[in-house]
Design a protein around this ligand. Structure first.
Ligand code: IPT
Length: 940
């Protein structure tokens, strides 16, 4: 059958640029007649104009039929959902038949039917005449409709098969979503142009290929003929200065408009340059995704993506792993993002069978691979934002890579070629990897990487710039280790930065689960929540990972010295004159002074108007923090004036006289009978005499605090293997044994905390005392018992309170967002407040979250806890066990207790779902520790 042919298509017109033309066009988006069949082996009589489709349903175009009640979506990462047997596909092959009637006015002649994307194999008929077929889901296809168009009623019929020989080329890690999912038009435009620009040393040039005449009025260019290069007085295009010029190309039959930019990408001494200056990617991988529409992304949503990226200091996008909707690239040109445009090619599933039969190395697929590259390059060649062509993703190695690369070089030598899957880099201009560890990235930065076997290829690769096309897997809580990567990228000129995996969680809106992932539609083969690995949640709310990334990518750094702050300009192309610096001093989280600082355009030292604070009041406890923020001085197209792009913080020394600590006339515990029960009472706290456990505190019925080592595993804990170790040790089922309860000046409770079936444990001794002003002082000594080898999840105390007792938490410490040892770079010291609900990070797959770090004190309404050392705080309406058992957001239901975790330490987060685990310095090892907490009545 046709759909099992290696040929990429038939009847197609030559690919050409996406252009805005004034030629007449008819928008064929809208409601089409639709019928879904379970197999491909059905008659094609539906293509006849006389066919009666009155018993069919309807379907919007563009859309995916399985998101509109016809079948269900399915998710696999690497695995093919069909047997690997190219070019054959199963008989079970969902097939969508589409019909659309349109009217043409008298006098309309000629035209092309243009499809921007159909997944995965489509055949087309116009008025009963077959025009051909095409593959390449995320690539445009055009057919000459002219001979068959007629005035009045026309009937367009399209048959789309979900599986075809081309499926073997489209094994990207995403939902399988068939259908005509991008725009359809009938257009009379036939124009094609390839605008060539350059910018170097202040000089710009302009020329173009094609026919017609090119004018750029703003540059005084009028009626330029093709093939003639002219110098122009133009400003350069960069992602930081996305300067575009309106160009017009006139042809006898039509006029097209495009926006052009001037820039030159080059590689000099193994360093990637834009307009002669080093180019550092602060990038993300973007799939096209919308939670209810799949890969049909409305224009406003695309724009939101670009704005969100810009506002979080992201400067680059890899269009993983296919060319995006063309409008997205216009937005990148306009708002400023460097783009790696990636071909619609991935054959990853062949890796599961030792790469046997990989299309990348099968000459029968050569035309198809070349066709894909050509259609991408031709469509997108005029975008200044696109600075590299990528041959595809995870397609192994093979001779067809050379076919794609050679053609691309001959067509467009102005953009380097990228492909990660071939370590020899034989066909690429940059050395690209994914998920390389910090150690390896550093070795590559120094050009000290392990050599390739072939010395010539090794020498060639060693001379290339290096980038990570994917790193820091943003799945669930995390990624950790971002700051350490950025430090390397900024240290070694060879390193051109990288692209976080990935931009968005592909959670599909679901009536029960809120967001669905693999397996939620009953797919027999699936990869569960591996599709939930983005920096933004499915509704595009930034997750903590994106907020951290903003800090890590910030283009201005503040380094504090004695009475000065040194400002480092980390932009690649602009100075700092578009910014304002605002300095704020806070005393215990309350603003006491605010000043505007001068902005040194090139960076440099700025004198601070203060080195220390007023220190009025209780100098013994006062903490003074100076925060300097860099904000936009005026509105930019992507953010309003005042938008913060960077900040730095330092602690100041108070000048006030420290107040002497209040003398404490300590009370001592008494044995009393309360409500018929014997209790040890210490101030406003009551303990169970048998277990020594606190049962009432400031009038509240409480449980704990007691030692806890467990956390609901994060995705990184889970996929990286730590969870299995922890469960193997039994850390999720600790037992508590009270060895003694002693009543003296203090209440001393000695315990041993340990899981069943092992000899490992923790000795925990709790000492409770009362201060003169009624505060409860708790000191916990922790001593590991036995030979602890593996990192532990957490070291801290857990307690519960009545749910009605706490609504809001106010704390002085780092915030406002969550922070773990290797995340939370965006959390600064201050006074913060949030409801319990707001303290939760709603990861689509529930897991440990919401930990606030560096907390000095926290108020819960009835009482305030302060810690020495500072502590980590988590408050939830469910337990860690309930959190660990949940698999979707709605599984978490508020109970009648508030669960507080007051932690000394947490295991780091890392990025082990894909890539390196936690850096050794962020591993939490069992160690002896002392933790002091002070419980005071009321709120601060
Ligand atoms: C890498 C893929 O390129 C990317 O598409 C995604 O699947 C990611 O993994 C995991 O989320 S490939 C992997 C073998 C490193």
């Amino acid at each position: 059958m046709d759909l099992e042919t290696f040929a990429p298509g038939s009847g197609l017109l030559e690919p050409r640029a996406a252009l805005r033309s004034d030629a007449p066009a008819l928008d064929l988006n809208g409601t089409w007649r639709f019928r879904l069949s379970p197999t491909a082996n059905i008659p094609d009589d539906f293509a006849q104009p006389s066919f009666d489709d009155s018993d069919w349903g309807s379907l919007p175009v563009p859309s995916h039929w399985n998101l509109h009640g016809h079948g269900a979506p399915a998710y696999t990462n690497v695995d093919f959902p069909i047997p690997i047997d190219p070019p054959r596909v199963p008989d079970e092959n969902p097939t969508g038949d589409y019909r659309r009637v349109f009217d043409l006015s008298e006098g309309w002649t000629g035209g092309r039917l243009r499809f921007e994307g159909a997944d995965s194999f489509a055949r087309i008929w116009l008025n009963g005449h077959e025009l051909g077929f095409w593959t390449g889901s995320r690539l445009p296809a055009e057919f000459d409709a002219g001979p068959y168009l007629r005035p009045g009623r026309n009937v367009l019929a399209v048959r789309v098969h979900q599986w075809s020989a081309a499926t073997y080329l489209e094994d990207q890690d995403m939902w399988w979503l068939p259908g005509i999912f991008r725009d359809v038009t009938l257009t009379r435009s036939t124009a094609d142009v390839f605008v060539r620009t350059s910018y170097a040393d202040g000089h710009a040039t302009l020329s173009f290929e094609g026919s017609g005449r090119l004018s750029v009025p703003e540059l005084g260019v009028a009626d330029l003929a093709p093939g003639v290069e002219v110098p122009v007085e133009a400003e350069p295009w960069t992602a930081e200065t996305p300067r575009l010029y309106d160009a017009v190309v006139t042809f006898p039959e039509e006029t097209v408009r495009l926006r052009i930019g001037f820039r030159t990408i080059s590689i000099v001494d193994g360093v990637l340059l834009a307009n002669g200056r080093p180019l550092l990617f602060k990038g993300v991988n973007r799939h096209e995704f919308h939670p209810s529409r799949g890969r049909v992304v409305p224009y406003e949503t695309m724009r939101e993506d670009v704005l969100l990226m810009k506002r979080h200091n992201v400067n680059a996008v890899r269009t993983s792993h296919y060319p995006p909707h063309p409008d997205f690239l216009d937005l990148c040109d306009e708002l400023g993002l460097w783009v790696i445009d990636e071909c619609d090619l991935e054959t990853h599933g062949f890796g599961e069978v030792g790469w046997r039969g990989n299309p990348t190395d099968d000459p029968r697929y050569a035309d198809a691979l070349l066709d894909r590259m050509r259609r991408m390059v031709e469509r997108d060649k005029n975008h200044p934002s696109i600075i590299m062509w990528s041959l595809g993703n995870e397609a192994g190695v093979g001779r067809n890579l050379a076919v794609m690369a050679d053609w691309t070089r001959s067509r467009d030598s102005s953009r380097p070629i990228h492909y990660e899957g071939d370590r020899s880099c034989a066909h690429t201009d940059v050395y690209s990897r994914m998920y390389a560890s910090h150690t390896e990235v550093e070795a590559i930065g120094r050009r000290e990487e392990a050599p390739l076997d072939d010395p010539a290829l090794d020498a060639r690769r060693r001379g290339m710039p290096f980038m990570q096309c994917e790193y820091a897997h943003a799945m669930g809580n995390g990624p950790g280790g971002l700051a350490e990567y950025q430090e390397l990228f900024e240290r070694y000129p060879r390193l051109a930065g990288g692209f976080i995996w990935e931009w968005i969680d592909h959670g599909l809106a679901h009536p029960v689960h809120e967001y669905a992932y693999g397996g939620d539609y009953g797919e027999p083969v699936h990869d569960s929540n591996f599709v939930i690995d983005g920096l933004v949640f499915p509704d595009r709310t930034p997750s903590p990972g994106l907020v951290d990334l903003k800090k890590v990518f910030e283009p201005v750094r503040f380094e504090f010295g004695d009475g000065v702050v040194r400002v480092v300009n980390g932009h690649g192309f602009v100075d700092l004159s578009h910014l304002e610096f605002v300095a704020t001093v806070e005393e215990n989280g309350e603003t006491v002074a605010e000043h505007q600082l001068p902005v040194p355009a090139e960076g440099g030292e700025v004198k601070l108007p203060f080195t220390s604070g007023s220190g009025d009041g209780d100098g013994s406890e006062a903490e003074l923090w100076l925060t300097v923020r860099a904000v936009l001085a005026s509105d930019q197209p992507w953010a309003a004036a005042g938008h913060e792009i960077a900040w730095g913080q330092t602690r100041l020394t108070p000048t006030g006289t420290p107040t002497a600590p209040r003398p404490a006339a300590p009370g001592s515990p008494r044995r009393v009978v309360v409500d018929g029960q014997e209790r040890h009472v210490l101030g406003d706290a009551a303990f169970d005499p048998a277990t020594g456990r606190l049962v009432r505190l400031f009038g509240l019925d409480v449980e704990g605090p007691r030692l806890d080592l467990w956390r609901a595993p994060t995705d990184n804990d889970r996929y990286g293997g730590l969870e299995a170790k922890w469960r193997g040790l039994g850390l999720h089922r600790l037992t508590h044994r009270v060895d003694s309860v002693d009543l003296g000046d203090e209440l001393t409770v000695r315990t041993r905390v340990a899981p069943a079936a092992t000899d490992l444990g923790m000795l925990a001794t709790y000492r409770w005392a009362l201060s003169g002003d009624g505060e409860l002082l708790l000191t916990v000594d922790i001593e590991p018992d036995g030979d602890w080898q593996d990192p532990i999840p957490r070291l801290g105390l857990t307690m519960t309170l009545p749910g009605t007792a706490v609504d809001r938490v106010t704390w002085f410490g780092r915030g406002p967002g969550e922070a773990y040892p290797d995340t939370g770079m965006s959390a600064r010291v201050g006074r913060w407040t949030a409801t319990i609900e707001e303290l939760q990070t709603p990861y689509v797959y529930p897991q440990e979250n919401g930990h606030r770090a560096g907390v000095r004190w926290a108020s819960f309404g009835a009482f305030t806890v302060s810690g020495d050392p500072v502590f980590g705080l988590t408050a939830r309406r469910w337990s860690a066990d309930e959190l660990a058992a949940a698999s979707h957001r709605p599984d978490l239901v508020a109970g009648d207790r508030v669960h507080l975790h007051l932690d000394l330490a947490h295991q780091g987060i890392g990025t082990a779902t894909c890539g390196p685990g936690t850096l050794p310095k962020y591993d939490l090892r069992a160690h002896p520790a002392t933790f002091s907490l002070r419980f005071a009545p009321g709120t601060r």
